[in-house]
Write a protein that binds this ligand. Structure first.
Ligand SMILES: [Fe+2]
Ligand SMILES: [Fe+2]
Length: 171
C-alpha cells in the first residue's frame, strides 16, 4: 500500500500490526471463504473512500485508512482463543493507533467504527450515512464478492447480508 501519510505508514510498520497480520495469514492459509488480508483491507479502504466522497462526508481520509487497515486485525486472536474479532481488533488497534500518533478524540471515532463494523448502524444515529461507523460497515460487506464466490453454499453469512445486486436497497 502506497501512502503519503506518516501516521498510516506508522500503522503499516508497527510490529504489533505485522505480527497480528502474520497470525491471520497463517491461520487462513487453507481458508476457502473470504480472507482477512491486505487485499481485503485495501478493497474496504477504496470503497469506503468512494462512499465518503459520494455522501459528502467530512470523515477524515486517514481515519478511513486506519479503520480499513485495523478493523479485522483481531481475526488471528479469534482463531486462537475464540475472542470475537471485533473486540480483539479494538484492543489491538487501541495500542497501534496511539503509537501511530492518533489523538484521543480520533482514536474514539476509529475504535467505535471498528467495534461496530459487523453491525448495521441504527437509524437514530445522526448523520449515519456519513459516519465512519456506517461507511466502514457498508464498505466491508460491499468488498466481498459473494456473487462469484465458490464457497457460497457453505458460507455462514445469511443471504440478506451477502453482497448481491440488490445490496443498496435499504441496507
Ligand atoms: Fe470483520
Ligand atoms: Fe472486513
Amino acid at each position: 500500500m502506497i501512502t503519503e501519510s506518516q501516521r498510516i505508514a506508522s500503522i503499516l510498520s508497527n510490529d504489533l500490526y505485522k505480527s497480528n497480520l502474520k497470525s491471520i495469514e497463517e491461520a487462513e492459509s487453507d481458508r476457502i471463504f473470504c480472507k482477512h488480508d491486505m487485499e481485503h483491507f485495501d478493497d474496504v479502504i477504496k470503497i469506503a473512500s468512494h462512499m465518503a466522497k459520494q455522501n459528502h462526508s467530512k470523515v477524515n481520509s486517514e481515519w478511513i485508512y486506519a479503520a480499513g487497515l485495523l478493523h479485522d486485525i483481531g481475526r488471528g486472536r479469534e482463531y486462537t482463543d475464540g475472542t470475537p474479532h471485533d473486540e480483539a481488533s479494538v484492543e489491538i488497534a487501541r495500542v497501534i493507533l496511539k503509537e501511530a500518533g492518533f489523538r484521543s478524540y480520533e482514536r474514539l471515532i476509529i475504535l467505535n467504527a471498528i467495534r461496530h463494523h459487523r453491525n448495521k448502524t441504527p437509524r437514530f444515529l445522526l448523520n449515519r450515512e456519513r459516519s465512519l461507523r456506517s461507511i466502514l460497515n457498508k464498505a466491508d460487506k460491499l468488498s466481498r464478492k459473494c456473487y462469484e464466490c465458490k464457497a457460497a453454499d457453505l458460507c455462514y453469512w445469511p443471504m440478506e447480508k451477502r453482497n448481491r445486486e440488490d445490496y443498496f436497497e435499504d441496507r
